[in-house]
Design a protein around this ligand. Structure first.
Ligand code: SF4
Length: 483
């Protein structure tokens, strides 16, 4: 289906396209070009400080909706509220036309908790902020309650001080490519890039730690992710983690993403443990071997069980597990079996992802379709019940484009096992020094709501050739005159 949106505000075209995709999935949307299967006509008028927005649908669906909102004198707020008004009016029209009520209402952003924080900054209580989210954005009651629960847990966690900073080290390699993966730069063994990559990363880490020292910043959380860091050999892991030692020694939390069970062995676990990591991730995604084959994860359920046993024997007291709801070929019963199976492995935290088909993934290349949103919604709800039954609480949430059912990814943890780094990333409340190809550093000023980013180049060969420039980018981000 092609959706044609005729609008006097083409600057909000992408936002309107996002709302259309909430209802129709990854359809083609054209702005100010007639001729689609569904024609959306947006008009608006302004009178006495009030803007009246009208949306009419014709073609495959017919309906209309109208909303009004005051025009703000603050240019920033004006832009935000204007966009919100148009999106909500389109949402109303599409809801009336299709009879569907998407779980997250008209919200299309990736961080819905921000709405609650923003409302609380305006003086609303958490309960009032939750109510506003339900009423203004038509967010379903259970989803709004989930946001409230998450904000409550986050408020009880160690808050980041202005002088705290996280360190992220990215290893964009893996042992094979999962069909849904969009993170990967390369498969280990296909090239000779690993040794020079480790060397470059170590150089960047050393320069980064010196910069943090110079700026008087204190270590908060360390996270080594990817790709799959355990795609490195034990010796290479040792090299990278040794360079991070001055940070890790003083950090509140240290995580290494082991990720793929088939990359884990005793030696690597010893290196990670001896480096000071208290938290690792071992991610089965599903217990079903036939699904693992289908999605190109070259490991088995038995390998996951072995990896958990090895990690426990090595003394890891916090293991996180990632699962995906809606994997190709899976139904609700299969997901329930995965949840039940995972109980025996007793991870201290559990992240339930919803399948999304990212543009750079193999699933997108294969033109795979997302599974039924209702079924995936039941899976996600089952994940939430299961986590609750184990005493875990939801503590971070994010959404992505092109997700099954327009749902969400949620991290659950036993009390005291919430990952600071995950919350820092989602809520953008801490500085991040990010090292490695594709890693993005961030400098934040929470009080002023200012965030500036310094991205590293994603391509590994460019990263190797331009490591000094990546270091300079971080120095520039931390220039003196930043206010
Ligand atoms: S294990 Fe992770 S990094 Fe490796 S291919 Fe799969 S999703 Fe990508």
């Amino acid at each position: 289906m092609i959706v044609s949106i005729m609008t006097p505000t083409p600057g909000f075209g992408n936002d309107l396209a996002d709302v259309a995709r909430v209802f129709f999935g990854n359809v083609q949307v054209q702005i100010n070009l007639p001729g689609g299967d569904l024609a959306v006509t947006h008009t608006e008028q302004e009178e006495s400080g009030v803007r009246r927005c009208r949306i009419a649908l014709a073609g495959r669906y017919a309906a209309s909706a109208e909303r009004t909102a005051e025009v703000s004198e603050d240019p920033l707020l004006e832009k935000r509220y204007h966009k919100r008004l148009i999106k909500q009016t389109l949402f109303d029209a599409l809801k009336a036309a299709t009879g569907r009520t998407p779980p997250w209402g008209s919200l299309t952003g990736i961080r819905p908790t921000w709405l609650l924080y923003e409302a609380m900054d305006r003086g609303l209580s958490l309960e009032e902020a939750e109510k506003e989210t339900r009423e203004v954005f038509c967010v379903r009651e259970d989803k709004a309650a989930l946001l409230r629960e998450i904000v409550t847990v986050q408020q009880g966690m160690a808050q980041s001080a202005e002088t705290d900073a996280d360190l992220y080290v990215g290893i964009p390699f893996c042992v094979s490519r999962c069909a849904y993966c969009s993170f990967l730069s390369g498969e280990v063994g296909k090239g000779k890039e690993l040794p020079p990559y480790v060397e470059a990363v170590v150089k960047e880490i050393e320069a980064t730690l010196a910069l943090m020292e110079e700026k008087g910043l204190k270590p908060r959380a360390f996270y080594m992710g990817g790709g799959t860091p355990t795609a490195l050999s034990a010796g290479q892991l040792e090299q990278v983690l040794s360079a991070c030692r001055p940070f890790i020694r003083r950090a509140r939390e240290v995580t290494v993403e082991a990720g793929r069970p088939d990359t884990i062995d005793r030696d690597k676990l010893s290196v990670i443990r001896d480096a000071g990591a208290g938290r690792i991730s071992i991610n089965p995604q599903t217990m079903h071997d036939e699904t693992l084959v289908r999605i190109g994860r070259r490991h088995t359920r038995a390998q996951t069980e072995e990896a958990y046993a090895l990690a426990r024997a090595a003394g890891f007291a916090h293991i996180n597990m990632d699962l995906i709801a809606g994997l190709p070929g899976e139904n609700l019963d299969m997901f329930l079996e995965t949840l039940a199976w995972s109980r025996a492995l007793s991870p201290e935290s559990l992240t339930v992802h919803t399948l999304s088909i990212k543009r750079s993934s193999l699933l997108h290349l294969w033109e795979a379709q997302l599974p039924d949103g209702g079924m995936v919604g039941d899976m996600v709800d089952a994940g939430r019940r299961e986590a609750g039954m184990r005493g875990m609480r939801p503590y971070y949430l994010y959404r992505q484009k092109y997700m099954a059912g327009n749902l969400e990814n949620v991290g659950y943890a036993l009390p005291g096992h919430e990952c600071l780094y995950n919350v820092d990333m989602m809520e953008e409340t801490a500085h991040v020094f990010a090292v490695g190809a594709g890693a993005i550093s961030k400098r934040v000023d929470v009080k002023k709501g200012r965030i500036e980013r310094a991205p590293n180049v994603s391509d590994v060969s460019h990263y190797l050739a331009r490591t000094d420039e990546m270091i300079r980018r971080k120095k520039e981000l931390w220039r003196e005159e930043w206010t």
